[in-house]
Design a protein around this ligand. Sequence first.
Ligand SMILES: *Cc1c(COP(=O)(O)O)cnc(C)c1O
Length: 393
Amino acid sequence: MLANGRTTLAIPGPSVMPDAVLQAMHRAAPNIYTGELHEVTHSLIPDLKMVAGTAHNVAIYIGNGHAAWEAALANTCAPGDKVLVLATGRFAFGWSEMAKALGLDVQIEDFGNVAPIDLNRAEEVLRADTDHTIKAVLTVQTDTSTSIKSDIAGVRKAMDAAGHPGLLMADCIACLGCDPFEMDDWGVDVMIAASQKGLMTPPGVCFVWFNDRAAAVRDGMERVSMYWDWTRRANPQEYYQYFAGTAPTHHIYGLRVALDMIKTEGLAQVWARHEALATGLWEALDVWGQEGRIRPNVADRTSRSWAVTSIEMQDDDAKRLQDWCRDQAGVTLGIGLGRTPAEAYFRIGHMGHVNAHMMLGTIGTIDAGLKALGIAHGRGAVEAAAEVYARAR
Ligand SMILES: *Cc1c(COP(=O)(O)O)cnc(C)c1O
């Protein structure tokens, strides 16, 4: 009844697209053979490396996050090769299913749905691989289904402590540009992301960053699909080789503006904004949880993502709340993806083009929904979030 007006999409991707990004894409098709498009494309490369914290290589693909999953594996692993997946939610299992479909031998270590990768256990598993058959360790920095954030630098330390030579791969699709990530400093060999979350650009392009160790593994492969091969994409002799065909013309213009926005704000400040926005939400959650059953999926704040928060309720309360917020107030919340029962969970995406007034709108709407639906909750959640935003710089 009160939903007419500008709606808010508070799901964890696709995220809210800045008007400036949409306006940059609203244009006639450019010439793909010469001119401005080439210059704009070249200009993306150093900025993509900057957001990843790497001086090494980046390849761009027309595709979603699943395409990046496949690209990372296609360049490094042949059928029969073994990979270790350290799972903290649905997305790690998704990547492992893709690995199995590619004929890889997949070992999954499941760390459950509420806590990050246990680094001691990861080290033990790696130590047990005495003849080093594990070729790559696959991690997800923020698993979007659980909102668990794992310590990726810690995984590298565990690999080093175990004397394990495998490649370290990180899926940062949910959280690149939201949660801090330093590819080179952390010793990550391959990192993947996609356009539609922290990078604020519609779904349709994805990225694989790789260092020289990973490049050497690629060069040792007997064969690599010509389409997925990152070699030419990262070092094109001809413009079309960036994309193995026609460029994603409009995404290139949109992404240019999105990266400019990140540079103007400053990557460290972008991370700080995400931290403050998430903290306000968590304070609100603590207040709601004082009476009634509504609580963050991850107890320890240091293991929660700054890009997305998964919330547990009971029975079908989360589903009822999502329906109310969307139909009555114009706020779309994320579903309880991959959880059982799904109706007891919801997620709030707070990634990318998000500010304090959007968060207060979402938090205030949830507060109204809890009241409307008669779901027990503590009073004063909006106030608690406002206190955090009042103090933030
Ligand atoms: C969104 C997401 C994916 C999948 O991306 P698609 O674009 O839907 O293929 C994979 N991993 C993580 C961590 C994600 O957040």
